[in-house]
Design a protein around this ligand. Structure first.
Ligand SMILES: [Fe+2]
Length: 387
């Protein structure tokens, strides 16, 4: 756990977080304080049908101009360009994304294209922007991606069938409104998957090569809350206390991995999502315990901290034993909330694992994993264990 004198890090999170039941009512003032007067809502059809987008449109009142409701899972380069043109046509000067990770990431891309012009594909890479983008307020309707507080936008290039990460401090949303009533109606499968995404963010922050003390605090607290409240959210969707705590956990885990960066769990989940359309949170849920086992020799002491944060009784155990208990607790959680535990259950073919391993090795997240991974066989071994 201890850090040495060579500890050096940056911590950055500019997002204002507004939390509370019915806090969505504050959105008009929050728009104005960012200098916005024409807000475009970015969402998807499902959220629109559930009446959530309308709730935000009403709360925006006179600052509302239009809604772009074409978002799809994993987003798309073409979609971001289309959304940005639509927003400019409507004269929008601020974006309000209402949705899960894909919607939020679509809006991040739109904010960039609206400000800088051109197409999304002009801004590939890491930290290519040099000024603030179109203001963006996020109203998450799932609790998991943490995208409301991160500098990542993961958008699928449907032509090449890969998920691409845009990474830039100017993509971090200005504000996040966490209102438990906006997630209370989520069905179990849209609760469990994103919930496990958030736990993966917390664990990846804890084992990251870029780990640091401020982030440890957030990630461990996030893990504590997720273990306690995620099952409650799945079992009783309208439990607003549990929903609120899980929303906060997702945001904290988001800040955590946004600063310390994701690792092998995400490097392996991205190709499984891009190649076989496995939802991101489900892929993470399946892979997380196997990656923890793979990393065990490098960070048993940190997984032991995780076990304590998760309220496991590990007082008489060594770090290695406590770390093993943390892995088991993650597996038990996945089972309890009804998610699949094997890649074969979500139709990933065994013969596709080698291609997925190749993509993993090229994923930017892999460099932050505590155990150095350079060999395709090593990644394949983890995939096989999870298959
Ligand atoms: Fe994630």
């Amino acid at each position: 756990m201890s850090y040495d004198r060579d500890l050096a890090f940056e911590y950055h999170n500019p997002t204002k977080v507004i939390f509370g039941e019915n806090s969505i009512k504050e959105i008009g003032l929050e728009v104005e304080s960012l200098g916005g007067s024409k807000a475009l809502v970015v969402t998807d059809r499902g959220i629109k049908e559930a009446g959530l987008a309308e709730k935000v449109e009403k709360a925006l009142g006179r600052r509302y101009v239009a809604t772009f409701d074409q978002c799809i899972p994993d987003s798309g380069f073409h979609l971001v360009d289309e959304g940005a043109s639509f927003a400019l046509e409507k004269g929008a000067d601020i974006l309000v994304s209402v949705g899960g990770g894909s919607v939020i990431d679509t809006a991040k891309g739109m904010a960039m294209v609206m400000k800088e012009g051109g197409k999304l594909s002009d801004y590939r890479g890491i930290q290519v922007l040099n000024r603030p983008q179109t203001p963006h307020i996020v109203v998450p309707t799932t609790a998991g991606s943490g995208s409301e507080v991160t500098w990542f936008a993961v958008i699928k290039d449907w032509e090449r069938n890969v998920k691409e990460a845009f990474v830039d401090v100017y993509l971090i949303p200005n504000k996040a409104i966490l209102d438990p009533t906006m997630v209370a109606g989520l069905p179990p499968h849209l609760t469990a998957g994103p919930g496990m995404d958030s736990l993966s963010h917390a664990v990846e922050a804890i084992h990251s090569l870029q780990r640091q003390p401020i982030i440890d605090g957030m990630a461990l607290q996030a893990a504590r809350l997720i273990m306690e409240f995620l099952p409650r959210c799945v079992e009783k969707g309208d439990d607003l206390v549990a929903r609120g705590q899980q929303q906060l956990a997702a945001a904290m885990a988001g800040i955590a991995f946004g600063n310390s960066q994701p690792g092998l769990v995400h490097a392996m989940a991205h190709p499984v999502g891009a190649l076989y359309n496995v939802p991101h949170g489900v892929a993470n849920a399946i892979l997380l315990p196997h990656v923890m086992n793979f990393n065990m020799n490098e960070c048993a002491d940190r997984y032991a901290l995780l076990a304590r944060a998760m309220n496991l009784d590990v007082r008489s155990l060594s770090d290695e034993e406590a770390a093993g208990a943390a892995v088991e607790a993650v597996q038990d959680l996945v089972k309890r909330i009804g998610l699949p535990q094997k890649l074969r259950e979500v139709d990933v073919p065994e013969e596709g694992l080698a291609e997925a391993a190749d993509y993993s090795l090229a994923d930017g997240s892999i460099v932050y994993n505590p155990r150095l991974v350079t060999d395709r066989e090593e990644v394949l071994e983890v995939y096989r264990a999870a298959w």
